[in-house]
Design a protein around this ligand. Structure first.
Ligand SMILES: Cc1cc2nc3c(=O)[nH]c(=O)nc-3n(C[C@H](O)[C@H](O)[C@H](O)COP(=O)(O)O)c2cc1C
Length: 354
């Protein structure tokens, strides 16, 4: 039987309008002190027709910022900015969680004034936009074992601030080659302490972060995103099955709000994780796969996931769910205004006329 994606869905204590999730998307439009602004609040409120909004990646600490003008959750001004977002989304009946993204080795001193930190002093191949132009990704500083509790505390503090701002929870970003994923990956993590070497050890830090954040704000407010085997940001993972099995086995008892799996086309890692994780599963694609209504329907009908997250469809179509419902054509993304800028290409995408 086909499941109605447009019907409400109960996600823990949260009542979602439907089963469509707005995937997290960095837009580089934070204001002064990397605090969200009224414009950011307007953007998210416009997209509150999604059952759940996952915000753009948000740094839990200054050193965790990897790109210009991404928002943070480590100062009081940022909390005030996020309150604008939470209030605007709630005013129109939406639900919104902040994605906590510590970018680890994907960053640059020109952005933060600090050398990036990572599990090991291994640079990712590639370049990063530092504001004026592109720079090679630097060799990060390896975090000492006794520094790790401090990084956990940064995630905990950011999660507390998210709740203080009125957001409905947080998503831990353990995907796409950023800090938590760098711990999971065997080519980015060459540690010889309890946080490296075996799948269980490489999963340990991510499980510790999730455990601590869940203890601080309640497991029912904490989701986590993974992208098993996804090569973005120079990640090359071997032992993918064993690593993610160890991770999800460690996460399973926590009672988290959801597991969000970004799947590359042709991979089936998500199926095993679905059986290991006792809660709600969100499926999205990496950048390559189809992300349309048909895919969402087949993911939910085949029980690969409970919810489906769409990225670029929501970026360019504030009323994406309504367009899906009536079968209307979709606006295309304007690449030139995707990263950075103001209202153009951000809050001025058209809605269907009434
Ligand atoms: C502009 C842009 C920014 C993105 N930023 C993030 C991010 O901050 N965090 C994240 O987990 N994924 C990010 N992604 C990946 C999306 O969440 C999603 O997985 C991807 O776009 C594939 O879905 P789609 O085909 O529906 O767009 C970004 C994607 C786009 C297009």
């Amino acid at each position: 039987m086909s499941i109605d994606l447009f019907a409400p869905f109960r996600l823990g204590d949260l009542e979602l309008k439907n089963r469509f999730v707005m995937a997290p998307m960095t837009r580089n439009r934070a204001g002064e002190g990397t605090a969200p602004t009224a414009l950011n609040a307007e953007y998210y409120a416009q997209r509150a027709g999604a059952g759940l909004i996952i915000t753009e990646g948000t740094q839990p600490s200054a050193v965790g910022q990897g790109y210009p003008n991404t928002p943070g959750l480590h100062t009081e001004d940022q909390v005030a900015g996020w309150r604008l977002v939470a209030d605007a989304v709630h005013a129109v009946g939406g639900v919104v969680v902040a994605q906590l993204m510590h970018t680890g080795r994907i960053g640059h001193e020109k952005i933060t004034g600090q050398q990036p930190v990572a599990p090991s002093a291994i640079a990712a191949a590639g370049q990063v936009f530092t504001g004026a132009g592109m720079d090679d990704l630097p060799t990060p500083r390896a975090l000492a074992t006794d520094e790790l509790p401090g990084v956990v505390a940064e995630f905990v503090d950011a999660a507390r601030r998210a709740v203080e701002a009125g957001l409905d929870g947080v998503e831990l970003h353990a995907a796409n080659g950023y800090l938590l994923h760098q711990f999971l990956g065997d080519t980015s993590n060459a540690r010889t302490d309890a946080y490296g070497g075996s799948p269980e050890n490489r999963a340990r830090f991510v499980v510790e972060v999730a455990t601590a954040v869940a203890a601080a704000i309640g497991a029912g407010r904490v989701g986590i995103r993974v992208s098993p085997g996804h090569a973005f940001n120079d990640m090359t993972e071997t032992e993918v099955e064993a690593t993610y099995e160890a991770l999800v086995t460690g996460l399973a008892p926590l009672g988290l709000l959801y597991l969000h799996i970004a799947e590359d086309p042709g991979t089936t890692y998500g199926e095993a994780l679905r059986t290991l994780f006792p809660g709600v599963v969100i499926i999205s694609t990496g950048f390559q796969g189809a992300s349309d209504l048909e895919t969402a329907q087949s993911v939910v009908d085949s029980d690969r996931g409970d919810l489906f997250a769409v990225g670029r469809g929501f970026l360019a179509n504030p009323d994406l769910v309504e367009r899906f419902r009536v079968g209307a054509p979709l606006n295309a993304v304007d690449q030139a205004t995707t990263y950075g800028g103001g209202a153009e290409g951000y809050t001025d995408y058209s809605r269907l006329s009434a």
